[in-house]
Design a protein around this ligand. Structure first.
Ligand code: ZN
Length: 239
């Protein structure tokens, strides 16, 4: 049936080109439509027996809604020398110095900056690697300190690129955080880390879990609000 049809196609939405991605989901009950905050693609999920025609009908019925969502997406922000990247929510100037031989250097003076060496064609990769390294170092220190407060130890800490969650805690005590959190304010990192560390004792979202989280971080409301507002933009930085 649909096996020979491409998963991706270009379509027009309110007169403008847009990417459309088809998904089949055996557990889906109905045709679903959404716009991915990561790449700005329209995603239509079809239950096993639904036709693409049904998907397109849903899309056309909500064309204005989709157009609004696409228009509201943060612009993808590409890294370049002379531009900036937020680290702990502070804009750092990106300085490419081909003669710089050391590891990436992050500095707050004379102005917040990150200096990277190597070929210009590797700038994006090096910058991303530097932010991942900084995230690992900073989040490990914070998570370790918080875990001590509740007599737990973190089994390990992984830094990943995720689109659906900012952090997680595996049953074996390994914590995972999105490297993109390094771009967020301190208090946002503090909350996400406090939340996941609390899971080292409470593997659920019970009242006991939230009480524990409260002991580990006072920033739940502000951080949740910040992520709801600015999270989508974080996902589109350096893409
Ligand atoms: Zn949780």
């Amino acid at each position: 049936m649909s096996t020979n049809q491409p998963d991706h196609e270009q379509i027009l939405v309110a007169g403008r080109p847009a990417g459309l991605r088809w998904r089949r989901n055996v557990r889906a009950r109905r045709v679903a439509l959404r716009v991915s905050p990561l790449d700005g693609e329209i995603i239509i999920t079809l239950p096993p027996r639904a036709s693409r025609h049904a998907g397109l009908t849903l899309l056309r019925a909500h064309e204005n809604w989709v157009a609004d969502r696409l228009a509201a997406l943060p612009k993808p922000s590409h890294w370049r020398s002379g531009g900036t990247v937020p680290i702990n929510n502070i804009a750092h100037r990106i300085i490419h110095d081909p003669l710089w031989r050391g590891a990436a250097r992050i500095s707050l003076r004379p102005e917040p900056s990150i200096t990277l060496g190597g070929g210009a064609e590797f700038l994006t990769r090096r910058l991303r690697d530097a932010l991942i390294a900084r995230a690992r170092e900073q989040f490990t220190a914070k998570a370790t300190a918080k875990a001590i407060l509740i007599n737990r130890r973190i089994a390990g800490l992984r830094i990943k690129d995720t689109t659906s969650r900012w952090g997680s805690c595996a049953p074996d005590g390994t914590l995972m955080f999105s490297w993109r959190l390094i771009m967020a304010p301190d208090y946002v990192q503090d909350y996400v880390i406090g939340h996941e560390v609390a899971h080292l004792r409470e593997m659920n979202h019970s009242p006991a879990f939230w009480a524990l989280t409260e002991r580990l971080t006072p920033h739940r409301d502000a951080a949740t609000q910040w992520l709801a507002t600015h999270g989508p933009a974080l996902l589109r930085i350096g893409a």
